[in-house]
Design a protein around this ligand. Structure first.
Ligand SMILES: Cc1cc2nc3c(=O)[nH]c(=O)nc-3n(C[C@H](O)[C@H](O)[C@H](O)COP(=O)(O)OP(=O)(O)OC[C@H]3O[C@@H](n4cnc5c(N)ncnc54)[C@H](O)[C@@H]3O)c2cc1C
Length: 536
């Protein structure tokens, strides 16, 4: 239980040090940071908005002196995993979005160092302004999400450097002691080599900062993929559901054959694709709360959506892409029912269809828009288009005049995101579990399998619901737990977990969590940084 006197004391000290405008009281903090797509409500003690690393050091010093837990967020858009909410009640949020400088770039080495408030859009504009030919590591969460926050969650996208924490090469962070962490190599004067080489020397300490609660990260160096001479998307369709196993084996073969000429490859079920191209047909929901199979099949047929749709990208010099296209065709053609390559066609088609009044809202135009959105993301252009998914089951859509914010707009979303070994029978067992459990809780089973490598998929299943409906919210939260439990029994475990279910992963006597606890006690004995985040 937090001591109210100590909190007042700390708030006074923070106001004096940071200025009153940088301190939000509990009511203001709750209103600004409380709404969460998972429907879970946390009690937030206050919020702080630092502008510099010195401010962050002062925040940590005052938190420590008064034993007040703080919860850092970069832009706080962790939609589907907790939004800006802390894991435990009573934390003071530290909103780092005001630290939004691109600190430096090393064009020769393809590195950029950014502060936590630098979003996909800020980096994109910076690269454009300075004519630097690199790709932004974009995600479906859109232009206003932080690069640092996403990497610290070990998020991923589908540009060539899809594993966003994998691309992080160096960090600066404020430790619970108030001391600024810099790596051993940079303290020895090797700043450049430190940024060029991820692992440094000695134990890999920076791994503790990702999915951890050991420090507040104030700068991060990220390796950027060079913008390729040519980017080309390929799309494929599998007509019948039982073609899944063959498609999985073929995807693995493509990845093994092409290496870095291809990025990640996504495989989506029909309902997942429909969620991108048709408004939710609320009137046709069945008694169990989702679209009956025959309705889903009818919509899929009308929109020419197959049982499984694949999306991948080819990157490189024109001749490399040409050769890669041949390899993709040789491997995929016998395994799928539809295969197409699309350099810029989707954008052109989208523009043309969008300009014809009667066609603008038709299914063809919607498909072209979805393809165009996919192309934008593959090419490292930040886009809000994928974000509309969060609004699919809400009773209202996003406002055209405001940037999308699913937490603010009462969207209901929890991401179930387990790892699935890339074996055809594993994929089948996994898909069966998701279909069955989602249906029994009235949640549409929207499945994506993203290739993290030729060995492993991460699947992302957005559990969508109407957050204004308490019954639906309760069912979605129960569905999430049921999926975690059923997945665990079959060996499918999450790569990332929502804040409200952190106990599901950490409440065990596993030796790894024991080690994490021992480290946490040693580094943060008062438990002031992000208590409960990936720690017991
Ligand atoms: C439709 C949709 C599509 C999405 N697509 C993707 C996708 O393609 N890929 C993906 O990865 N995610 C995706 N997301 C999930 C999520 O919205 C993103 O991962 C988003 O980038 C996370 O929010 P953020 O960048 O604001 O990070 P934040 O919310 O700022 O940070 C996330 C967490 O990291 C920790 N943290 C953040 N900053 C710091 C710091 N400086 N120091 C210490 N700890 C810190 C905190 O615990 C925080 O809660 C999607 C969400 C939606 C709704």
């Amino acid at each position: 239980m937090m001591d109210a006197g100590k909190l007042s004391e700390a708030l006074r000290a923070w106001s004096t040090r940071l200025g009153e405008r940088a301190v939000l009281d509990s009511a203001a903090a709750q209103q600004r940071y409380g709404p969460c797509t998972t429907g879970v409500e946390r009690s937030i003690a206050a919020a702080l908005r630092p502008r510099s690393v010195d401010d962050v050091v002062a925040i940590v010093d005052i938190a420590r002196e008064n034993t007040i837990p703080v919860y850092p967020v970069s832009t706080g858009h962790n939609w589907g995993y907790g939004s800006a909410n802390p894991v435990t009640d009573g934390c003071v949020i530290v909103d780092l979005s005001g630290l939004d400088r691109v600190v430096n770039t090393d064009v020769a080495l393809g590195l950029v160092t950014v502060e936590p408030g630098v979003t996909q859009q800020i980096l994109y504009d910076y690269l454009e302004r300075n004519r630097l030919a690199f790709l932004v590591p974009v995600t479906g969460a859109g232009p206003h999400c932080s690069l640092v926050g996403n990497a610290l969650e070990r998020g991923y996208g589908i540009t060539p450097y899809a594993d966003h924490f994998g691309a992080v090469t160096a960090m600066e962070a404020v430790l619970p002691s108030g001391r600024i962490y810099r790596s051993a190599l940079s303290e020895l004067g090797g700043g450049t080599v430190d940024r060029a080489f991820k692992w440094g020397i000695g134990p890999y300490v920076e791994g503790l900062f990702a999915q951890g609660s050991f420090a507040i990260v104030t700068q991060m160096t990220i390796a950027l993929a060079p913008r390729p001479e040519r980017t080309e998307a390929f799309f494929f369709g599998v007509a019948e559901d039982d073609g899944l196993e063959t498609a999985v084996a073929a995807i693995q073969q493509v990845l093994r054959s092409l290496g870095s000429a291809t990025g990640s490859i996504n495989l989506m079920n029909a309902r997942r694709v429909l969620a991108m191209i048709v408004p939710y047909p609320r009137a046709r929901v069945g008694r169990d709360g989702i679209l009956p199979p025959e309705v889903a099949a009818e919509l899929a047929a009308r929109n020419r959506v197959m049982s499984w749709t694949g999306l991948g990208a080819l990157y490189g010099k024109a001749e490399v892409v040409r050769a890669a296209r041949r390899v993709v065709r040789d491997i995929l053609k016998p395994a799928v029912n539809r295969l197409g390559f699309s350099p810029q066609t989707a954008s052109r088609v989208n523009r043309v269809l969008g300009s014809i009044p009667h066609v603008r809202d038709g299914s063809l135009a919607r498909r072209a828009r979805a393809l165009d959105a996919a192309l934008q993301i593959i090419s490292g252009r930040p886009s809000q288009v994928a974000l509309a998914l969060a609004y699919w089951r809400s009773s209202f859509g996003p406002s055209p005049d405001r940037e999308m914010d699913p937490a603010r707009d009462s969207c209901g979303l929890i991401w179930y995101s387990p790892l699935v070994p890339k074996k055809p029978d594993n994929a089948r067992r996994y898909v069966n579990i998701v279909n069955e459990i989602c249906a029994s809780y009235g949640i549409e089973p929207l499945i994506t399998l993203t290739s993290l490598s030729d060995r492993c998929f991460d699947s992302s299943v957005p559990l969508l619901f109407d957050r204004r409906d308490a019954n639906q919210t309760e069912r979605a939260q129960s569905c999430y737990r049921a999926l975690l439990d059923a997945g665990r029994r079959q060996g499918f475990l999450p790569y990332r977990i929502s804040n409200h279910a952190m106990d599901w992963i950490t409440h065990s006597d596993a030796s790894s969590w024991e080690l994490v606890s021992a480290l946490k006690t040693a580094i943060d004995p008062l438990g002031i940084i992000a208590p409960g985040r990936y720690a017991r």
